[in-house]
Design a protein around this ligand. Sequence first.
Ligand SMILES: Nc1ncnc2c1ncn2[C@@H]1O[C@H](COP(=O)(O)OP(=O)(O)OP(=O)(O)O)[C@@H](O)[C@H]1O
Length: 277
Amino acid sequence: MSLPMENLNRIEILQPKVNKIVLQGIGKQFKVKKNIVTAVEHVDLAIAEGEFVCIVGPSGCGKTTLLRILAQLEQPSTGSMNMIHHNVNKPLNSMVFQEHAVFPWMTVKKNIAYGLNMRKVPKRQVEETVNHFLAKTGLTKFANSYPHQLSGGMKQRVSVARAFANDPEILLMDEPFAALDEQNRIILQQELVRIWEESRKTVAFITHSIDEAIFLADRIVVMTAHPGTIKCSFKIDLPRPRRIEEVRNSPRFQELFNEIWGMLKQEVEKTKRSEGL
Ligand SMILES: Nc1ncnc2c1ncn2[C@@H]1O[C@H](COP(=O)(O)OP(=O)(O)OP(=O)(O)O)[C@@H](O)[C@H]1O
C-alpha cells in the first residue's frame, strides 16, 4: 500500500523505533553558470535506527544529491538534518559508491582494514574484523591480492567489506551493484542481506531496480521527477531472513512490484516529457 505524504509523518511517529535520521524541508540548489538548478526540494524523511531504506526515483531526480547531503559531502541550501551519533569513537557513516572505490595500491586486506587503521584500532582487533569480513564476502583467498587482479564484482565486494568493517552507525550506498552483471548482482545482494541481517545497521541505499529494492529494504521511498521530493513510501512486509529465490517467487513480491512501479512510472513519464522524449 502506498502512503501519501500527509500520512508519512504520522505513521513514523507511531513507529516504536527511534529515528536515526530526520530530514525536514531539505532543499539543494546548485549554481550552474548564471542558472540555478534545484536538485531536491522540500524533502521530509525520517529513517529509524536499524532500518534499511531504499530510495528509488527517475534519473536525475536528486537521489545522489540527497545521499551526499546525508554523507555531509554536500551542504543543504534549506531545511534541517539531524542524525543521532551514539559512539563518537566510531564513524557516523560510510559510503559505498557505484564504481568500486578501492585503493589500487593496497591489497584487499589493507583496503578492508583502512578505516580501522585510520582510527588506530588495536592490530589484533583489526585482524579479526578483516578476517571476518573477508570470509563473509568470499574474499579470504584474495586477501593479499591487489585490486587490478580482481573482477569488478570482487572489487565491489571489497568496498562492501570495507564499509561494514569500518563499523559505521549508518551505511550510505549509491547504486553499489549497478555496474555489475546480473549474476554477480544477485550474489552481492544476497551477501549484503546476510551481513546486514546480522548487524542491523541503518542503511540508505539508492537503486534504479525495484526488484533489488524489494529484496533488500524494510521500506522503499519513491521520489518524484526533478526537482526531487518524497512522493510516497512502501513498507516491505516480507519476512526475514530473506532468500532471493523465495522473495522473487512470492505473490507479495509481485504485488509490491506492481504498486511501486505504478507510482514510479508516473514520475518516469514526467521526466521523459520534460526531456521532450
Ligand atoms: N554539483 C552539481 N552541480 C550542478 N548540478 C548538479 C550537481 N549535482 C547534481 N546536479 C544536478 O542536480 C540534479 C539531480 O542530480 P542527481 O545526480 O542527484 O540525480 P540522481 O537522481 O542521482 O540521478 P541518476 O539517477 O541519473 O544517477 C540533476 O539535474 C543534476 O544535473
